[in-house]
Design a protein around this ligand. Sequence first.
Ligand code: MF3
Ligand code: CO
Length: 294
Amino acid sequence: MEDWKHTPERNAPCWCGSGKKYKLCHMRQDERIRMWEREGHIVPTPGMIKNEKQIDGIRESGKINTAVLDHVAAHICAGMSTEQIDRLVEEKTRAFGAIPAPLGYEGFPKSVCTSLNDQVCHGIPSRDVILKEGDIVNVDVSTIYRGYYSDSSRMFIIGETTPERARLVQTAKECMQAGIAQVKPWQFLGDMADAVKQCAQKNGCSVVEEIGGHGVGLEFHEDPFVSYVAPKGTEMLMVPGMVFTIEPMINAGTEEICIDEENGWTIYTQDGKPSAQWEVTVAVTLDGCEILAW
Ligand code: MF3
Ligand code: CO
């Protein structure tokens, strides 16, 4: 089904593939979506609404993603190279019978992103990057399991760090949590974004604009783009069955970023101050959200 104007007849099977009659499945929800669309709001396309079987699949993928990050958490330490983190992620993922989604994705050369200090995201694991006391590092893991994708990341502090970096890591976590608290059906992605931005500003930090979250589940990166700077009441209506990431990138200084021209991947803060990010995959439920990977 392409849009909300061409829905099935009430006794016909639902478009979602559940096998139920439309009137007993998505009919009422679709009427509600059409109402918001008439009011001029951005609404998801039918393709963005996952059915129960698909959410079950993404949940299983997310369990592996979470376990892989737990494995990293148990082993990460000073003196380790980011290449070793890549090995930990690849081996653990394969041990579950899953595939690391980053490997070969648009030419990305490794199985995980490892972004240190002033790196905002898409750091490439390397033998030459050795974790040292005081570093803050984001480890961003994404898994494909039985065709279903999940995506989450955490920050790790190596030993003891500076108060500025420690505060930033904490603020980034609170920003993500503030966003999660606003994931509810029939509210807007902008409501979630506004909560993230308010939390960052209250703590004297900035939010990266150009890179955001994304739908996820049947592919690595699906629509919609998820902003963390949009105003309340704007952006897409959240509807049960949508699955996307909450992954704001929070900077201690300016929100401005630049790309590593040599590798074409790694994003840095313009001012060289640190950046931090936490990421979860969430599904919108009937009354809030479910975290599928963290
Ligand atoms: N995991 C990142 C995200 O949160 C995507 C990284 S793309 C890669 O969307 F190719 F660098 F892995
Ligand atoms: Co992501």
